[in-house]
Design a protein around this ligand. Structure first.
Ligand code: 5GP
Ligand code: ZN
Length: 145
């Protein structure tokens, strides 16, 4: 995929809307259009890089910046009790948008898969479903449900 076709590059450029959480010269954070938790945003480098597997020494600084931003932005978004980070890499890793991004979201007790994610766009083997199923198993084991 070329940079001009990349949906996240278009959000960086302001060509398509994104609900922005944070921005500096190198990094942008914005809410996921299909949240899997009450708070779910992504942190991306402004410069296009396909995935974590495509990173090298040139991306080392921005990777550090993105990770250090995660707890700061999570707190600002109200995630005072902790949060989950996730980087899907490659098709086998569940990556759908091939511009590196760190998901930040809360694993909130009782949260169920949103309707938009349970449609045919995403099958039962999708990584999201795996995560949600894991959460459900843990909730059952812990006696929450
Ligand atoms: P991945 O599976 O690649 O780790 O996650 C890509 C994420 O990007 C998905 O959670 C999806 O909901 C989100 N996404 C895809 N298109 C858009 C968009 O146009 N705007 C926003 N804000 N999020 C998007
Ligand atoms: Zn891009």
């Amino acid at each position: 995929m070329s940079v001009t076709d990349c949906i996240f590059c278009k959000i960086v450029a302001g060509d398509i809307p994104g609900k922005r959480v944070y921005e500096d010269d190198e990094v942008l954070a914005f809410h996921d259009i299909h949240p899997i938790a009450p708070v779910h945003f992504m942190i991306i480098p402004k410069a296009h890089v396909e995935s974590l597997a495509h990173c090298g020494p040139a991306e080392q600084a921005v990777l550090g910046r993105m990770l250090l931003l995660a707890p700061k932005l999570a707190l600002e978004q109200g995630l005072h009790d902790g949060f989950r980070t996730m980087i899907n890499t490659g098709r086998g890793g569940g990556q759908e948008v091939f511009h590196l991004h760190v998901h930040v979201f809360a694993a909130v007790r009782g949260w169920r898969i949103p309707r938009s994610l349970s449609d045919s766009r995403i099958g039962p083997t999708d990584s999201w479903c795996g995560i949600l199923q894991t959460d459900l198993i843990l909730e059952r084991q812990n006696g929450f449900i």
